[in-house]
Design a protein around this ligand. Structure first.
Ligand code: RIB
Ligand code: CA
Length: 322
């Protein structure tokens, strides 16, 4: 049995964040959770994160609150997709598990300055992570890798060009993507290959344990929106758990647009070398022009997804909570 991968999860629960946490608590060694404002306000995302730790049998896992709002620009939320509570139509009592003292940024710095074998998963806007890197630049060398749900190699969702997590705080995303930390990016091009249908929700409902019941309750809202949902964050975390669900990826350079009138928050993936459409010397010329950044491929972009394998993995995991 391989040792479980140690992770810290920065998230904005959020229906799909909750589904991702159900998988992480079973298949990864979760050292801690940091909450960020995103799908809904921080007051709720941190509360929902604490609820998930208790529901999934891990009240000992620390939860710290970080930033509620992005570094610049207006604050946008996704309550249309996650409900005003961030849990669809589900309301929860105040969790018995208290919020940890101390800011999420200081917790992130402490974990990565004092551990060599912990990876970072980000499931929301990148404000906390960017602020931690600005506060302690050593993190650029200390964080071994980031598994990021964000961006897209094709179309956006919050805008034609931009995916929500990046759209909320493009400046933060640019800091993280230009940090030099190895990034595995799971964008909408990947997650849209997944569809959780009302029939899947019925199958989850039939499992009959508190975690699967909660999953069915929150997915009722998400799948009820337009008859299907991708649960993007859950599609992301499986990359750290098994290698037969995300079945193809490519290493390319990715730039984050922060100024475009129509493209702010877009992740521009440079496929030219990957597709062999531009002789590398032309790109090396551009790299010289760019002063070396963002010339080098900096991100592994997930491309192909086995939906059937994912669904059986998800169902088996939910059954394992019985
Ligand atoms: O665009 C999808 C992402 O935005 C997911 O992380 C979802 O939870 C929202 O935060
Ligand atoms: Ca999220």
């Amino acid at each position: 049995m391989d040792r479980k991968k140690k992770v810290v999860i920065d998230c904005d629960p959020g229906i799909d964040d909750c589904m991702a946490l159900m998988l992480c608590f079973k298949h990864l060694d979760v050292m801690g959770i940091t909450a960020v404002g995103g799908n809904t306000a921080l007051l709720l995302t941190q509360r929902n994160a604490r609820h998930m730790a208790v529901l999934c049998g891990h009240p000992e896992i620390p939860v710290h609150a970080g930033y509620d709002q992005p570094m610049f620009g207006k604050t946008v939320r996704a309550e249309y997709a996650h409900g005003s509570s961030g849990l669809g139509n589900v309301t929860i009592p105040e969790p018995e598990k208290p919020l940890c003292d101390g800011h999420a940024v200081d917790y992130l710095i402490d974990v990565f300055m004092h551990h060599d074998d912990v990876s970072l998963i980000t499931l929301g806007p990148l404000t906390n992570v960017a602020q931690a890197i600005l506060k302690e630049p050593e993190l650029r060398k200390r964080i071994p890798e980031i598994l990021c749900m964000g961006g897209s190699a094709t179309a956006g969702n919050f805008s034609a060009a931009a995916e929500f997590n990046i759209y909320v705080d493009p400046e933060a995303a640019r800091i993280v993507f230009e940090s030099g930390i190895p990034i595995k990016m799971v964008g909408l091009n990947l997650t849209r290959q997944n569809r959780i249908l009302p029939s899947d929700v019925s199958e989850i409902r039939a499992i009959g344990n508190p975690v699967s019941d909660f999953a069915a309750d929150i997915l009722d809202f998400a799948a009820g929106q337009d008859g299907r949902c991708s649960i993007c964050d859950a599609c992301t975390v499986v990359w750290f758990m098994t290698d037969d669900i995300i079945t193809k990826s490519a290493k390319v350079r990715v730039q984050v647009e922060t100024r475009g009138e129509f493209t702010r928050g877009m992740t521009i993936c440079d496929w030219r070398e990957y597709m062999g459409t531009v002789p590398s010397e032309d790109i090396s010329h551009e790299r010289q022009f760019d002063g070396g950044y963002p010339g080098e491929p900096n991100v592994e972009v997930a491309l192909e997804f086995d939906q059937a394998r994912f669904k059986s993995f998800l169902m088996d995991t939910l059954r394992s909570y019985s």
